[in-house]
Design a protein. Structure first.
Length: 587
């Protein structure tokens, strides 16, 4: 991102509203915030009292009379300032940690409720960066800058009022520097906003690269792709370095300018104040107090400068976070529950187009009979897995509908609908954890050891599990990497068996098994299919030859429906698939 190519934009009202809405929606502890404000006001008030007591002390000392009460009041003011500052800092940190924890909780719940198309569009590493890095920026604003913003304003206003009382002429001289300071801070803040926004985008991209490469490190190494990924990483690091330098340049200009302005004001005030003291218009104590109050203004101005710089960063983070929080969710509203699956599933004129514009399914029509096995066959890219995704309601059809009996499946409660489905994919995904955890994954009730073992035996998994040192408590590693492909597939099948679904969906469920294991698992699946509505995607003849009906998909269209013998006799594509993919020799 090149900020020079864009016109810097000030923070708009809608950005402030979005930021405040983001904070208030996290339900921050209001009583604690009120306590922080009160303590901060006490701290600020004490800091405003100290210079006044110092004035009295200097004037008293100058006439050689030491007043004990003044010293005690000064000590008390210092103690009050220190104690209130300590408690307010801790309480503010608590508020900040609470807000960011609630914000991350909301984001986590939102991510789990987002539809699959969101994850198709956004890389997982980018989303991780939003939840970790961007929320950290919000926390920094709250903990470090938000309360100090208000107390700084109070300190500045209070100090100016007292200074006007002490010497209005010197105060006006000092205030002449305010417009200059504002003119310096404003453009720098705009530039910092653009830099910060680009930095957050680049950090998200770099996190996405790290996540992808580390997840697929075996692929990287097996294809000797280390140099390529090293180059990609170097590019990401270089971009982050460049944004860091841009941020440093702004800070390098801003900090010395602010210091110069403050020092210039201080020199002018001391010089002018010395003249005022010499003429008797000002006492020595009042000059000391004036200088101390000047610091009470200078320091808050510095804090305000940091606040406006940080708030620019927070606005960029807010945009990204609100983009997630306001994204459309899956529809988990209370629709009707699925009462029975013993009715046909009708696919009616089904059309689907991905966000890329590629139309995958074109007017697909067929009926899935209850308690029967329906096999979906066709060349790669014909839309078989997409059809399964639509049945799972991962996506919404572009046209047409899928009905269970007379009811469109979109009318059912999403949780209730998915409870009817058991899905075994060819990728056999596993979660990090034990074999026991993975077999019982998603089952809300307590699973007995007998149920666990029965599901594993039916999936031909119990044999290899018992041979492992820790049995069912063996850790499978990230994405199940400690198990072989066939073992992972059998664990996935056992998981579906334990779920005991009414509608079974098998997407190349036996693709990773050897012939011996495949026969046993196929027998288990045959038993499982009995009495259940079953959909099968397969390339092997043994999987589909006994299906009650076979649906042939070709380029997203149904070109044939029938039994194996019927299609073999009259459907050219199916005959070709049976010859080539199903390994059936032509007579």
């Amino acid at each position: 991102m090149n900020e020079q190519a864009q016109t810097p934009q000030p923070i708009q009202k809608h950005q402030w509203r979005a930021f405040l809405r983001l904070i208030t929606n996290t339900n921050p502890p209001k009583l604690l915030i009120a306590g922080v404000l009160i303590l901060s006001l006490i701290n600020t008030g004490a800091s405003l009292i100290v210079p006044w007591f110092t004035k009295n002390l200097v004037d008293v000392v100058s006439v050689s009379t030491l007043n004990t009460s003044v010293i005690l009041l000064l000590i008390f003011a210092f103690l009050l300032q220190g104690v209130s500052a300590a408690f307010s800092h801790y309480m503010l940190s608590y508020v900040g940690q609470t807000v960011v924890a609630n914000l991350r909780r909301r984001l986590w719940q939102k991510l789990l409720a987002l539809p699959i198309p969101y994850f198709d569009k956004h890389r997982s590493g980018e989303t991780i960066s939003r939840v970790t890095s961007d929320t950290g920026i919000i926390k920094d604003i709250i903990v470090t800058h938000l309360i100090t913003f208000f107390t700084s304003i109070i300190s500045i206003v209070g100090s100016i009022i007292i200074l006007l009382y002490l010497d209005w002429q010197m105060t006006l001289v000092m205030l002449s520097a305010v417009p200059v300071t504002f003119l310096v801070i404003r453009p720098m803040g705009r530039k910092m906003y653009l830099i910060s926004k680009g930095l957050q985008d680049e950090m998200a991209s770099f996190t996405a690269l790290l996540t992808q490469v580390l997840q697929e490190i075996r692929l990287v190494k097996s294809f000797n792709a280390e140099p390529r990924e090293n180059q990609n990483g170097e590019q990401g690091i270089h971009q982050l370095f460049q944004f860091g330098l841009k941020e440093a340049k702004v800070q390098a200009v801003l900090a010395p300018l602010m210091t110069f302005l403050m020092m210039a004001i201080l020199v002018v005030i001391i010089g002018f104040g010395g003249v005022r003291v010499a003429t008797g218009a000002l006492t020595a104590g009042e000059l000391v107090a004036f200088i101390l109050y000047l610091f009470q203004i200078i320091m808050p101005f510095g804090q305000l400068a940091q606040f406006f710089t940080s708030i620019q960063k927070a606005m960029g983070a807010t945009e990204r976070l609100m983009g997630i929080l306001e994204h459309e969710e899956e529809d988990h509203a209370e629709h009707k529950q699925v009462e029975s699956t013993s009715v046909p599933i009708s696919v009616e004129n089904l059309t689907f187009t991905y966000q890329t514009g590629d139309e995958v399914l074109h007017g697909v029509d067929f009926t899935i009979l209850p308690g029967k096995v329906t096999a979906i066959v066709g060349p790669s890219g014909s839309g078989k897995t997409t059809l399964f995704s639509l049945l799972e309601r991962f996506y919404r059809p572009s046209g047409g509908t899928i009905r269970l009996g007379e009811t469109a499946i979109d009318a059912f409660n999403l949780k209730s609908w998915r409870e009817q489905l058991g899905y075994v994919s060819q990728e056999s995904p596993l979660m990090a954890g034990t074999i026991r955890d993975n077999i019982a994954y998603g089952v809300e009730r307590e699973v007995t050891e007998e149920e666990m073992q029965k599901a594993a035996e039916m999936a031909y998994a119990d044999g290899f599990i018992q041979e492992l040192p820790s049995g069912y408590d063996t850790e499978v590693g990230e994405r199940g990497i400690k198990l072989s492909g066939g073992q992972r597939q059998r664990i996935a099948i056992a998981r579906a068996l334990l779920r005991n679904p009414n509608i079974l969906m098998l997407d190349e469920a036996t693709s990773s098994l050897d012939s011996t294991s495949e026969k046993v698992v196929q027998d288990a699946l045959t038993n499982l299919m009995h009495g259940r509505t079953t959909l099968v995607i397969a390339h092997r003849l043994s999987t589909v030859v006994d299906a009650d009906q076979i649906v042939v998909l070709e380029k997203g269209r149904v070109t044939g429906v029938g039994t194996h013998e019927e299609l073999l006799a009259k459907h050219e594509l199916y005959k070709e698939l049976a010859t080539q993919q199903f390994q059936l020799e032509e007579a």
